[in-house]
Write a protein that binds this ligand. Sequence first.
Ligand code: HEM
Length: 140
Amino acid sequence: MHNTNNELLRKKIATRLEVSILVRTFYSKVRVHADLGPIFNGIITDWEVHLERLTDFWEMVLLNSGPGAGKFSPVPVHKAVDKQVNESIEQRHFGNWLELWFSTIDELFEGENADYAKEHARNMAHILFFRIVEGRGKST
Ligand code: HEM
């Protein structure tokens, strides 16, 4: 009767429109998160540019389409973010990021691409955090 787990409403991630909805819903949560919000809001000056850029990224990862190919370098970008906040990025920031990403996906989407979006983010979180810590105290 009453559909509590949203099962009938969840969609597949099949087009750029769904990717865009995922990215925009996710960052609307990031922006007001107690620990993540100040970091993101302190660095990102044009949110519309960031949202379109991250939609390009996830469209490339999930749908293998869009203008994203070759234009991202997440490791140096996140090393630079860590430097901008005086090397204060911790494991828990990635934990918080992943919690918001997983809960947004589960609210709205289901299926293979939804699962892959979680898996890919989890892998990236490990790599990014490792490379941030590894690079601390060095110039690059
Ligand atoms: C698994 C976790 C994460 C993923 C998959 C991810 C993904 C990305 C990607 C793909 C970009 C664009 C990179 C480029 O322009 O080449 C980006 C930018 C950015 N990320 Fe992350 N990110 C993650 C975690 C975090 C965390 C934990 C923080 C901060 C606490 C963060 C802060 C930022 C900021 C501020 C930018 C924009 C940098 C700029 O425009 O100068 N990210 N992220």
